[in-house]
Design a protein around this ligand. Structure first.
Ligand code: BES
Ligand code: MN
Ligand code: ZN
Length: 491
């Protein structure tokens, strides 16, 4: 799909204009209304559409309007109109006509600024995302027909310049969505590593460590997770050097369990296919690094991905095994299905030891308990530092991703104390499962300012949560972390 900026409404099959709550017309909508002798206002009086976000009214374009079809798209309350309302309006306009047979859509936001015109283009790219590479046949009516989207702006240059950075963020989100949606027979650790290695063309430095190298480093808890798999475990280290030479980097660490059977503590068959997206944390870190490089962010950042497959076989680790992590701490593996924390233990330790970062943020589809705790639209956030937590929460509000700060209560530490080793990989029973997982990780950050995002609830959407997030792989947290970096570390 082609997305371009134009200076004036051109002949297009569909024209979309914004309408605010209470049927209040945007300037572009007023212009269309006047050109048509009040036809828009007349249509509005006979419709329940009143300008609420994520609602649209599609009408045959009245004479005087340069289009065949007119879409009125809800922009929400005028006094609460922000970036997110604009994105939703653009996304909803696209969805309203995407499969109608129309090939071109013009969105008239000529009354708004260049930044906002760019944001419309960004929203349309995110809204139009589909993962359909494995479909060989599709019902013709279900195939999107829109091939080109024009966005009207008075400042073409300004919009194009603003879209460069936003388009890089969209590339990152889309890259992450693709990774999340790929099945595990295609996307295993070495293939994930290859796709990340290919990001070197953007100016990123990517190192891939195999099992022999990780063995030398003593990454026994990560390797123990992958030892039951035919697929070799990998550690990907991605560096973006856009800041001061030699300056302390920001670090992002991702859980990349390409498939999680549970191992010997095997999961039930029902829903196990979901565990192809147990690499959502690593996907988000990859997408974030792509976004930072694509928009040439003025920071130093490093992404570390622990890529493994958790399988049961004759070589698999057993419940009760004790392994020595890279940190030197011994870990009793009570449940082989609590594998993400074992992967992250070594990845976090490696990251702080090698890079001495300003902070570490890890992302992981870590626990089903996170879903029980906060539901499917929110991701728990844990942090040992206000200075790390606050900018994440602030950025997340601006981009429409929901996090909720959770506690790291010292009195629960005893739940992960082992009788025969330094720590065990599960708490006592199911109580506070997302919290005890976070407490486990905290033992491997060595005092580094750190946050942990348990994205198990939000990495995958069974139903589209907003016009710019289709169902399937979400690419959750790419936008939040990109925005956090931009607002708090590049300014
Ligand atoms: N990958 C799962 C967590 C998960 C569950 C992610 C549902 C997304 C959706 C993780 O490795 C896991 O199996 N966790 C166990 C931990 C338990 C054994 C302590 C869980 O949540 O049941
Ligand atoms: Mn598991
Ligand atoms: Zn897992």
């Amino acid at each position: 799909m082609k997305v371009e900026f134009v200076a004036a409404v051109q002949d297009s099959e569909v024209l979309a204009v914004l309408v605010h709550d209470g049927r209040s017309l945007s300037r572009a909508a007023v212009a269309v209304d006047q050109a048509s002798g009040g036809a828009v206002a007349r249509a509005l009086t006979t419709s329940r559409f009143n300008g609420k976000t994520n609602s649209t009214l599609v009408i045959a374009a009245p004479s005087g309007v340069k289009a065949g079809v007119l879409v009125l798209t809800g922009a929400g309350a005028e006094d609460a109109f922000d970036d997110l309302a604009l994105e939703a309006a653009a996304g909803a306009a696209y969805h309203a006509v995407k499969t109608t047979g129309a090939r071109s859509l013009t969105i008239d936001v000529g009354h708004l600024g260049a930044e906002q015109a760019a944001r419309v283009a960004f929203a349309v790219r995110l809204a139009a995302y589909r993962f359909d590479k494995y479909r060989t046949t599709q019902k013709p009516d279900a195939i999107p027909s829109i091939e080109a989207v024009q966005i009207v702006t008075e400042d073409l240059r300004g919009a194009e310049a603003a879209f460069e950075a936003l388009s890089a963020v969209a590339d990152g989100v889309i890259f992450a969505r693709d990774l999340v949606s790929e099945p595990a027979n295609i996307l295993y650790p070495a293939e994930f590593a290859r796709r990340v290695k290919a990001m070197e063309s953007l100016g990123l430095e990517v190192e891939i460590l195999g099992e022999a190298e990780m063995e030398k480093l003593g990454m026994r808890t990560l390797l123990a997770v992958g030892q039951g798999s035919r697929r070799e475990s990998q550690l990907a280290v991605i560096q973006w050097k856009g800041g001061e030479a030699g300056g302390q980097p920001l670090a992002f660490v991702g859980k990349g369990v390409c498939f999680d059977t549970g191992g010997i503590s095997i999961k039930p068959a029902d829903g196990m296919e979901d565990m192809k997206w147990d690499m959502g944390g690593a996907a988000a870190v990859s997408g974030l690094m792509m976004a930072l490089a694509g928009r040439k962010a003025k920071v130093n950042a490093v992404g570390v991905l622990g890529l493994v497959e958790n399988m049961p076989d004759g070589d698999a680790q057993r419940p009760g095994d004790v392994v020595i992590s890279m940190s030197g701490q011994s870990v009793e593996v009570i449940n082989t299905d609590a594998e993400g924390r074992l992967v992250l233990a070594d990845a976090l330790w490696y990251t702080q030891e090698r890079f001495k970062p300003k902070f570490m943020i890890d992302l992981a589809t870590l626990t089903g308990a996170a879903i029980v705790a906060v539901g499917l639209d929110i991701a728990p956030l844990y942090a040992n530092s206000e200075a790390v937590a606050e900018p994440i929460l602030a950025a997340s509000k601006k981009v429409g991703e929901n996090f909720w700060r959770m506690p790291l209560p010292p009195q629960y530490e005893q739940h992960i104390d082992s009788k025969i080793a330094d720590v065990k990989n599960v708490g006592n029973g199911r109580a506070g499962g997302s919290i005890t997982a976070a407490l486990f990780l905290q033992r491997f950050v060595n005092g580094t300012p750190w946050a942990h995002l348990d994205i198990a609830p939000t990495a995958w959407a069974n139903k589209s949560p907003s016009p710019t997030v289709p169902e399937g792989g979400v690419g959750f947290a790419v936008r939040t972390l990109d925005r956090m970096v931009a607002d708090s570390y590049e300014a």
